[in-house]
Design a protein around this ligand. Sequence first.
Ligand code: MN
Length: 257
Amino acid sequence: MNRRAMLGGFIAVGGYLFLPMAGCGAPKPLATPMPVPPASAPPATPAEEMMMPTEFSLPPLPYAPDALEPHLDAQTLKLHHDMHHKGYVDGANAALKALEEARNSGDYKLVDHWSKKLAFHASGHLLHSLFWTNMAPSGKGGAPSKELAAAISSFFGDLDKMKAQMSAAARTVEGSGWGILGYNPFDQSLAILQAENHEKKAIWSVVPLLVVDVWEHAYYLKYQNRRADFVTAWWNVVSWDDVSKRFAKARQFKGLV
Ligand code: MN
């Protein structure tokens, strides 16, 4: 099995199914990819392309660091993206490399360590990639699509109830973690999850649509210990346009079992 587990265009990392979208830091081919087939060979099928070795890369922020002021401050956003997110990208690539070396040498004595590191860092990379694109300057994020609004009403009562549950989930994560709104193709449902660290408490099939980072590094410079205030302010910069697009794409995923 390749380093990526691909399921019909989805990347499964740390318990989540990730929808690769432009600007989201999806894995890119390594510098030394698999041998290129002769020019006379038919074009690679999607299945063959999936088998390319990959590495992760840091996507650029989709806006200036001060674009989400005053709700998310520029200094925090820049540090968060340039230092913290990059750390997860580097950590995931280091784990991939270590596991490749283990396969080559047949020495698996550290496989437990590196598997855990891969889950942590790759999930951190995934969630941060979503987090940036899930946000837009205040007033520029649009509104939930008709389909998303209907699904939210069906599963949570209405948008305000969904926001209240997700806020409460994010507010009460023990230690470092995330609040997540996701679509579950297993039973065509919406779910609100907590994640501890980046990868714990997942439902394996859930595709994250909207995520909020509640690690202290996401808010402490501006909000100190007031995580609840940060979460309340964060709703002002949610890009419902992005969430709606992710929902439409996630709903195309069928046949998980
Ligand atoms: Mn973070």
